[in-house]
Structures are given as C-alpha cells and as structure tokens.
Design a protein around this ligand. Structure first.
Ligand SMILES: Cc1cc2nc3c(=O)[nH]c(=O)nc-3n(C[C@H](O)[C@H](O)[C@H](O)COP(=O)(O)O)c2cc1C
Length: 190
C-alpha cells in the first residue's frame, strides 16, 4: 500500500453545511452557510461555528452574541449554497430565497421555519484562530419540526427530511442506513 503525503490542510470531510441565521432586528436578519461547525460538549450542550472576519455576518454575530444553527436538507440545498456565495451586504437572503424567519424562544436571531432542526446558541467565547474566528457557544434551546416526530414511538426521524452533507466542494444527500450505535458489539440473535 502506498500513500501520498499532502501539506497540512482542511481534509476533515464530510461535514454538515448548516445555515446560520443571525441578527436582532428584521432589517439586520441574515443567513450565512457554515461548514466549520460541530458539537463540542454534551452537558452543557455546546457548539461552535468558525467565521471569517470579512463576512457580513461576522459583526452581526459578534455584536449580538447570539445565532441559530439551522440544519439543512435536500430541499434546502439550493438555498444553503446561495446563502454561502451571496453576501447579506447586498442581499435580503430570507426573502430572496423564500425562507421564513420565525421568532426563536430565547435568542433574538430568527429561526428558519423550513429547516427541520433549529439550534439556538449564545456565544460564550470567541477564539481568533487565524483565517477564521471560532464562536464557542452554549445551546439554549432546540426546535424540532413535529412532522418528523413519529406519532407512535415519539422518535425523531431526521433522516426522513434527507439531511445533506458537504465533502470536497460537493453536496450529498444522506439516506442509506448501514449500522447503528454499538452494533459492532451486539450479540447476534439466534
Ligand atoms: C458549503 C459552504 C460552507 C461554508 N462554510 C463557511 C464557514 O465555515 N465559515 C465561513 O466564514 N464561511 C463559510 N462559507 C462562506 C460563506 O457562507 C459566504 O462567504 C457567505 O456569502 C457569507 O455571507 P455574508 O457575507 O452574508 O455573511 C461557506 C460557504 C459554503 C457554500
């Protein structure tokens, strides 16, 4: 087996491509697509997003210290890409993409109604890493679309919404189940 050695780079893929909504007032509302994001603590629930200071959203995020992570799906992939290539300095992203801002429960930033999961975040710390500044944040509320909650079992079926992921510049839909947590050590049924 032979391997090629590359210089250090951002090679951790696939990743989510979430739509982060921000702004305290309707005239300030904006959406920025973010892949440098993830969960960093279970209790308290904490997430991060990393944002370039040049983005229109950067000062909105920094000044308000609040935002919402909206998960993306196959039906939102066009809007997610568009919000990731157009700037809020020139566009009203909610109206131009036909997305609906709804009030969040705790933060001032709006949730995106069309997204199946909206994660309200409050910024705890900003770490200036280099090209990107990392917003370390506490999750203060989560909204889940009832449409995906199984009426009998109460289980949340996010996969029915067809979440997307981002890998090496391309978007993929998810869908095929190939295992479940702990299946590798489960005893085989006789
Ligand atoms: C799939 C995808 C992922 C992105 N991830 C990030 C990211 O993690 N951090 C970032 O600063 N910009 C990221 N961008 C770029 C911003 O979304 C883009 O520059 C956007 O136009 C900024 O909007 P704004 O100027 O309204 O803030 C990403 C773009 C796409 C399409």
């Amino acid at each position: 087996m032979s391997k090629v050695i590359w210089k250090p780079g951002t090679m951790l893929y696939p990743l989510p491509a979430v739509m982060v909504s921000c702004g305290a007032l309707p005239e300030e509302y904006n959406i920025i697509t973010i892949s440098w994001t993830g969960t960093i603590c279970t209790d308290p629930a904490m997430c991060y997003i990393s944002v370039r200071p040049g983005r229109h959203s950067y000062n909105i995020l920094k000044n308000n210290g609040e935002y919402v992570i909206n998960l993306t799906t196959k039906s939102l992939v066009y809007a997610a890409d568009w919000c990731g290539v157009k700037s809020g300095s020139k566009h009203r992203k909610f109206s131009e993409m036909g997305l609906t801002p709804l009030p969040a429960s705790i933060v001032k930033a709006p949730i995106i109604m069309e997204s199946p999961v909206n994660i309200e975040c409050k910024v705890k710390d900003i770490i200036e890493l280099g090209s990107h500044h990392m917003f370390i944040s506490e999750v203060v509320a989560v909204h889940a679309d009832e449409k995906y909650i199984d009426k009998k079992s109460g289980l949340f079926r996010l996969n029915d919404a067809i979440p997307i992921c981002y890998s090496h510049g391309k978007y993929y839909e998810t869908g095929k189940l190939i295992g479940k947590f702990g299946f590798s050590v489960e005893k085989k049924k006789k």
